[in-house]
Design a protein around this ligand. Sequence first.
Ligand code: SF4
Ligand code: SF4
Length: 486
Amino acid sequence: MNLGQTISSRRPGAARFDILAVPGLSHFLLWKHSRTAVQIVLFALAAIMVVDGLMGSQLAARNTATVGAWVHYRGFIVLALLLAGNLFCAGCPFILPRKLARWIGKPTRRWPKVFRNKWLALAGLLGILFVYELYDLWSSPWLTAWVIVAYFVTAFVLEMLFTRDSFCMYVCPLGTFNFLYSTVSPLQITNRSMDVCKSCVGKDCINGRWDAQDNLIQQGCQLELYVPQLNSNMDCTLCLDCAKACPHDNVALVTRPPGDELFRQSWPNRLDLALLAIIAACVGLVNAFAMTPPVYQLEQWLAVALNTDQEVFVLGLIFITGAVLLPLALVYGGAWLNQRFVPGNRARSLARLIMRHAYAFVPLGFGIWASHYLFHLLIGPLTLIPALQTFFANVVGVPLLGEPNVLLGAAWVPPIAVIQGIQMLTMAAGIGGAWLVTWNAAARAHKDRNDRLREFLPWALILLLIGALAIWVFLLPMEMRGNVLA
Ligand code: SF4
Ligand code: SF4
């Protein structure tokens, strides 16, 4: 294999701006303890949320656990992914205790081969969204605090047992969400010079940098991503260990056209990633639908039809059907049409055709999640202030930010027409991006224009159907969860 050619075809677009070359900023980012410093700040915020959730006011709009987790964290996550990249994983507080875990004992086990994929993480993502809905986590500071604690404990135990960043790579639902949607982000790790990489002996970016006495000075990429071959943001936590370890100062964090890698189809032959992209988009739709009035009518109708008063069954059925079964039926149906009516596809399996077009579900899914999370953030951008006031006054006993005034949370809210306008623009961009990606996939596969069109049409309709359903949901009255206006 000609390494140089393979890599140059994978590199992000030519017009690149290197964030790690910005004086001052690069100094901080490449500082040995930069990640730990950010993690400590986020860890302190998480600690406040846990203490407040367990001991503070149990009114959702007055508690930092519910407001922080379900309004601000989610809103800022989509903004960060859109404007920069996977910034949450870069400063993730959940893996700060990993340092403690590794002091207690050095893990020796590799993550089991059978689980080295995204199936567990996908199940975790579905599970956490289902639990959120079933137990109304958004309205319970106490339960939210325990979810955060459970997250820390799981990360701690798995990091103590397994080498590399197994928890991030194979388990963490939040990280999986970030990995998936950072594929639309405008920044990516790459190298500055391929020639330097080719002549590099130690490959410290992945192996780590060691001194003459065989002591590790700087660890390399714990997610086993090799910078010269990196062609995707998938699995990159933006930890910058590679940049800190490279002895030749040859790692860059460069700009690229947003979603560039989706057009380059950078993760082929991965059914787990393909179904992750598809199901993540559809569970986003179900998650938003669950906050609108028709879901209650549907639940009541199902409860009567199934003769049950157990919400777990009714909601479970809605989740499984809406987020898994119907999407699978749709994409296998689309792939079957492609196989049946496009001559060049006769020998292709349905799974291969789904993998070819799954990239298109990333911009669509991101549009759905961003429209949803930005709604909650924009409808209550200041709700964190009274929640912090209440925490300091009631839990700490020092009114650091003044006496609690819950009305401050509603002091500034953009007009609802503006918020809905932003949601519609986001959805239009998501659907438009999805169509471009799926057309690109058809065009890469077929020279003949008619074949391209025949392949494109079923996917364009499926994407439009899901996008139109999401627009319908966003135009319905939506619960203002965790918001003082509610
Ligand atoms: S350590 Fe630096 S120079 Fe060596 S392969 Fe990695 S990025 Fe390239
Ligand atoms: S490539 Fe690896 S070491 Fe570099 S930023 Fe991404 S996850 Fe970190």
